[in-house]
Design a protein around this ligand. Structure first.
Ligand code: PAF
Length: 284
């Protein structure tokens, strides 16, 4: 596994590799890795011949009030974890390598970035879309693998790629969960033991809503929202940002539930904001 921090070195190495006709997969991350990230790396390894994992805490996707300064940085542990999987290159640029002096071009994210996370974090997807496009351009990867955990992010990226005719294929890999169902996230480490127990209620709320949808002939979005909210309140999760049933492509709320549907939840447990989702496909 090679660790590279310069764009020029990365592109030169990957150009040589690409000329031999082999396929490149990229897994963009912000580090603080867990099994969820490693599952993305494993998926990239199944689909391509060379896997690049990027580790870059992207400043442009954090609002000034958010946790950029304290975001967990665990580079040595990340490399140890990646070394045990089939990762060929770790790309870990400095901020100035991605945003050199004078940098001023940003991606205007698609419509699907406006709602949900976009409402709570208005500049977030502009930063995500910009850095993802840059990383895909730098690597010229054939496949980019992203986690379903950040459902709206994956939707924004898929839409951006389509709108901009970008040739890289975007693969969305399933959520990896802790034993109690909590979706793995780098931010879970902020939770105290008591908060950790409460946080598991998010998964319960989604499963309860899934059961209601798959066993009730006709159910409304409002009813689904109520099921999720009630279960969150039982788990003592009071600060709910949104709990909604949406169309998986447009992220528009569904008034009458029709499969496929995605249930999106964002809630604060203590001071930690957590997101999760449940994708109920047409054949559920
Ligand atoms: O999901 C993340 O970790 C980040 O948003 C990403 C895709 C690596 C862009 O910085």
């Amino acid at each position: 596994m090679q660790v590279i921090s310069r764009v020029a070195e990365l592109t030169e190495l990957l150009d040589t590799f690409r000329r031999s006709g082999r396929r490149i997969g990229v897994v963009p991350t912000m580090g603080a890795l867990h099994e969820g990230h490693l599952s993305l790396v494993d998926r990239a390894a199944e689909l391509t011949d060379l896997v690049v994992a990027t580790i870059f805490v992207n400043p442009t996707q954090f609002a000034p009030t958010e946790d950029l300064a304290t975001y967990p940085r665990t580079f040595a542990e990340d490399c140890t974890m990646l070394e045990k999987r089939r990762v060929d290159i770790v790309f870990c640029p400095q901020d100035t390598e991605i945003y050199p002096p004078g940098f001023s071009t940003f991606v205007e994210p698609p419509e699907v970035a406006r709602s949900w996370e976009g409402r709570s974090r208005p500049t977030h997807f502009r930063g995500v879309a910009t850095v993802v496009l840059k990383l895909l351009n730098m690597t010229r990867a054939d496949v980019g693998v992203f986690g379903q955990k950040d459902f709206q992010q994956a939707t924004v990226i898929r839409r951006m790629m389509f709108d901009l005719n970008h040739p890289c294929e975007i693969v969305v890999a399933p959520i990896v969960r802790e034993a109690d169902g909590l979706a793995m996230s780098s931010r879970n480490r902020y939770l105290s033991p008591e908060e950790r127990i409460k946080a598991a209620g998010i998964r319960r709320s989604l499963l309860k809503a899934r059961r209601a949808i798959t066993t009730t002939a006709s159910i409304t979005g409002t009813e689904v929202t109520k099921i999720i909210r009630d279960e969150l309140l039982i788990s003592q999760i009071g600060e709910i940002d949104y709990a909604v049933a949406v169309d998986p492509d447009t992220l528009e709320p569904q008034t009458k539930i029709q499969l496929p549907v995605v249930l999106l939840v964002a809630a604060r447990v203590g001071s930690t904001r957590l997101i999760d989702n449940e994708w109920i496909k047409a054949d559920a």
